[in-house]
Design a protein around this ligand. Sequence first.
Ligand code: SF4
Length: 416
Amino acid sequence: MTRIFFKTFGCRTNIVDMQIIKTNIKDYTTTYDEKDADIVVVNSCTVTNGADSDVRAYINKLNKLPNKPNIVYTGCGSLSQGKRFLLENKIDKLFTPNHKEKIDQILKNLQQCYDTQDFVHIDDTIIEDYQDKTKAFIKIQEGCDFSCGYCIIPQVRGHSRSYEPSFILKQIKTLVDRGFGEFVLTGTNIGSYGKKGRYTLPSLLKDIHNIKGVCRVRFGSVEPSQITDEFKEILDEPWIAKQLHIALQHTSETMLKIMNRRNNFKTDIKLLEFLSEKGFAIGTDFIVGHPGETEAIWQEAVTNFKLLPLTHIHCFRYSPRKGTKSALLKTDIDGNIAKERLNYIKEIVAQNNHNFRLLKQPLKVLIEQEKEGIYIGFDQFYNKLKIKSSIDICKKWITIKDYEVKTDYNLGSAFI
Ligand code: SF4
């Protein structure tokens, strides 16, 4: 049987897309070693220069392998890097994400390129299982209607469109029957989920809660400007994870305007204080080094940033994406300065996270993996717990009150 290796780069939406690809391929076996593969399916990301160069390095590595696997390329980088790789004969086939459910046919056909974009496309594959995963990712939405100056995503994923609640509920029921209890709702911009007058994210959450076996629901990144009162109300539910990732991207009012963001610091701080008072751990995305980030704007951003109750952060150095508004701006921030700013921001949040964990709250943890007798999982605040156990507690839910706060994880006293 054809041996296929699957390689996913980027976000949770790409993890779901790869599972949809795996679900639609017939007659093959999965191999966990590229050197043993006949075909390697690469699901690419193109959100930053760093993402592009990681994918490029991987494609070059594959082309040097003695088994010369067929390389089948997809994902957000299909039309940018993908096309170039095809012209350079570095890959064998290319398809844009909307063609993924036809993967079986694509692999069997001689046609090399499937690049017709369909920005209203919605997948209708029910994922039967998530191999090697303890929590399940559920794509509820695709695309984005925002136009943040630095972002290429709307151009590669199209406008926002939502999956029908009935489809999402069927998907979750299928995975509950497989033993999954934790679900991460994901998409390109999940705050855009819903259809006017028909359904909203909070109404969907209430339906999800009615499914027996759903223990915890987490969210991918949510835009601050999309957090409604209805959404705030449902956040008190015990089955909602006590951590939210609210994408601010910056904390200087001037820079938020330059980035063409819909949020502003004045309302952001009120929102984050409201969520922190409810006991939430809060994560965010932050871009340093965007054109126009003068020393004065940086100082304003840092002063504001220190006021925020942030415990988690995805921090990126700006990189121009061809075809975006920001890419037309002069890149005027020195790389070393950007790096300093990145580490400075990360340090502030690492300290906040440590202080948050020193509150020593009881932790509800889903154990995800075991390494040399140490079990690792994440609690309701999305902090890592490590714990020794004489019994196998993988995929188990445990409640921990007695633990030690380490630099970047909590250490539970041995589980008997
Ligand atoms: S909200 Fe902005 S940053 Fe996020 S995907 Fe949409 S355009 Fe990109």
